[in-house]
Design a protein. Sequence first.
Length: 328
Amino acid sequence: MLNLFYKEPEGDRWLPCDRYPRRVMRRLVHGPKQPGGMERYFLNLKDGLDRLSVPNSVNSMRCARADRKAPVCIVGKSIVLSERTWKNPILFGPAVASHPIDDMAAFAELPIRKILVSCDWLKAMYRPHLDIPVEVWPSGIDTYTWHPHPAPAKDVDVLVYDKIRWDREQMRPALLQPILSRLNASGLRVEVIRYGYYREAEFRQLLAQSSAMIFLVEHETQGFAYLQTLSCDVPIFAWDRGGPWQDPSYYPHKVTFEPVTSVPYWDDRCGMKFKDACEFAARWDDFWEHVKAGCFAPRNYVLENLTLEKCAGGYVEIARELGADVEM
């Protein structure tokens, strides 16, 4: 039995308890809630465990109290840590804080025995600040939902995924607009989708229509959208500038760390990468020729490394090892 705990952070904004009417209004205006990246870790893990027939409970303190030596698996952010009194050893993550300085008190005071993070560069950023072991565990990708569509449906040559978060006023003319100008000048059929402004069903439909995707984001710790794209067998030309972690909430006044990457799970089957607009221009024709020739096999990469079952199995092994250490 794995004892899973997850809660989506949600607070009041203007008045006490106004989170509840705001939740109803959001549903009326925008429809059913769409899972965010943090919730996706929990949902995909739960799905993978169920597919493996691994017994699990969700938010059950009764199950946790039944065996105080059994780890509790807190997938969500630190709000879950602060709402209960924890006696069991804790396996925490991967939906942890952006940087360990945000949760130092919890790490010191609670029985957290291992922290999970979703990629190697995040582990390298976390480890110097903690005495607690840090291990990489990526979420599985739902390859059943995100699957290829037949070639005749491809009436979009290139889908541009815009997740540029910082310095947008500078990055639009420096990166996005030159890319779009090059694509349009080539006579390609182009669609643009922006992070935070679409629903998953719309994204799946666009991927079914698209031959390739350009992925624009400063960094990713896992990157569900680009991995869902690969699972649909759509190759990617990824902006991967590397360099320091430039989250303006931390950099450079609180944290300086490098290097980061936009595609932490990747090999040559997935597509190609570029660092800036100049390298995009220099490498685009080569990438597009590889796409037309069918040289990439991105879904094979996901099926080998990141299925729901494979990643859930890895999580089970981490939890078992932690439980065995407690017993000893």
